[in-house]
Design a protein around this ligand. Structure first.
Ligand SMILES: C[S@@+](CC[C@H](N)C(=O)[O-])C[C@H]1O[C@@H](n2cnc3c(N)ncnc32)[C@H](O)[C@@H]1O
Length: 159
């Protein structure tokens, strides 16, 4: 199983069109890298996230209310927490691993990408990783961009 967790926020809404572009972006980005399980943490304050229908029968979709709930679905899986070195995503403290040095897990793995409005906080398990950016410009990028970087790294290291 190769899974991704993403946060669906009020800022993810396409208010003008009422379409679910951000959720589709996650589905399609995952699919191209072989992701078979997509987990949405629905943070929207209306029923917008609830109305999203996942239409891909080849993939498994879960809608959760919290990170804990999402990680409890597959309790045996390895968890990779993708978060900048600026913000510790774990409830306890540990050092992050640079993506360059990461050996991606062989077994069932879930990659967690944080909310664009803040970041991952208080995860109870997982390996914290980050990737270098030019911090003189900006220390973080949008989470779906982070997903492309990390999943591409996984793909080429496994070739
Ligand atoms: C806009 S960032 C959130 C703000 C970020 N926590 C910060 O400290 O600036 C959205 C998400 O993209 C991912 N991300 C962005 N840049 C990253 C980096 N350099 N290393 C690891 N993850 C990154 C993380 O999952 C993060 O939660």
């Amino acid at each position: 199983m190769l899974g991704i967790v993403y946060y669906f926020e009020d800022s993810s809404k396409n208010v003008l069109s009422g379409t679910f572009d951000a959720a589709e972006l996650w589905r399609e980005t995952g699919k191209v890298f072989g992701v078979d399980t997509v987990i949405m943490i629905d943070c929207t304050t209306s029923d917008f996230g609830q109305r999203y229908k996942f239409m891909d029968g080849d993939m498994t979709f879960h809608r959760c209310a919290s990170l804990d709930e999402s990680l409890n679905i597959y309790p045996e899986s390895e968890v990779i927490l993708v978060e900048t070195p600026l913000k510790c995503p774990l409830a306890d403290t540990s050092e992050p691993v640079n993506l360059k040095d990461l050996a991606h897990p062989e077994g069932d793995t879930i990659y967690v990408f944080g909310p664009d409005s803040s970041g991952i906080t208080n995860a109870n398990r997982g390996q914290w990783i980050y990737f270098d950016l030019d911090y003189s410009i900006k220390g973080s990028t949008w989470s779906f961009v982070a997903a492309g970087i990390v999943l591409y790294d996984r793909m080429v290291k496994k070739e």
